[in-house]
Write a new protein. Structure first.
Length: 244
């Protein structure tokens, strides 16, 4: 099993306040890892360090075996934020195109990638709609398509479904798992929702705050689909809630 991301004794401070302390974590290719815990645990900071948006203060991060400070292939990593960040003056298709603007692709390649990404999230019939014409779930799908259009090997997700109603969130969970099964992307997901973590992840990492540090790593071997009413799934949810 190849290692997609490795953090080795990583620490980070802001304004002399330590946010992360001695974080060591290994994420294999194709893993879905959920970072779970109370606010102040540094979950989003970990994503920002992995993505290269922030440098580490100490320790080492490796992306696909390469130290982050030397990593050159950032197009392999996509970042999906809590807000969908759609541009209201662009159509669905144009918003997805936006994800390719920094890549050296010809027009034919760009159009093919956009069409593939929209098909993957089931939005091909809505390519010429405007963001204001879409439901919250559809806007989330557009944001996901914009991330997928670069064909990433690693997808970082910072509470992307937290603003959706329960039914739409459940649909997005199914979509994400379907797409991950097709692409074998490595996914690192920040969430405050224990149920979401258990439904999606094969590894749950619980962080304790002030400063953020790993409290527990739990490997989930539960079969899919994971429905919270199934006793074994419900028991995992209950036990993880006790650790937060």
């Amino acid at each position: 099993m190849n290692i997609a991301i490795a953090l080795d004794n990583v620490s980070k401070s802001f304004a002399n306040q330590q946010v992360l302390r001695d974080i060591s974590l290994t994420i294999n290719d194709g893993d879905i890892v959920a970072l779970l815990g109370a606010s102040g645990g540094g979950k989003s900071t970990i994503l920002n360090l992995i993505s290269g948006l922030l440098p580490v203060d100490s320790g080492l991060i490796k992306i696909q075996g390469i130290p982050a400070s030397q990593f050159q292939h950032w197009q392999r990593i996509a970042y999906l934020f809590q807000e969908d960040r759609l541009l209201p003056w662009r159509t669905v298709e144009q918003n997805v195109h936006f994800g390719l603007e920094n890549l050296a692709l010809n027009s034919k390649e760009r159009n093919e990638r956009v069409a593939d990404a929209l098909a993957l999230v089931g939005l091909s019939p809505f390519s010429h709609h405007w963001p204001h014409q879409l439901s919250g779930g559809m806007r989330s799908r557009v944001a996901l398509a914009r991330s997928l259009v670069v064909r990433p090997q690693i997808l970082l997700m910072d509470e992307p479904f937290s603003r959706l109603d329960p039914q739409t969130r459940s649909t997005m969970h199914d979509e994400l798992l379907r797409i991950q099964a097709l692409t074998n992307m490595t996914i690192v997901l920040v969430t405050h929702d224990v149920e979401e973590a258990v439904i999606l992840a094969n590894k749950v990492v619980i962080l304790k705050p002030h400063p953020g540090r790993i409290h527990l790593e739990s490997e989930l071997m539960l079969p899919r689909p994971r429905i919270p009413t199934i006793p074994e799934v419900n028991e995992h949810i209950r036990l993880l809630r006790l650790e937060i």
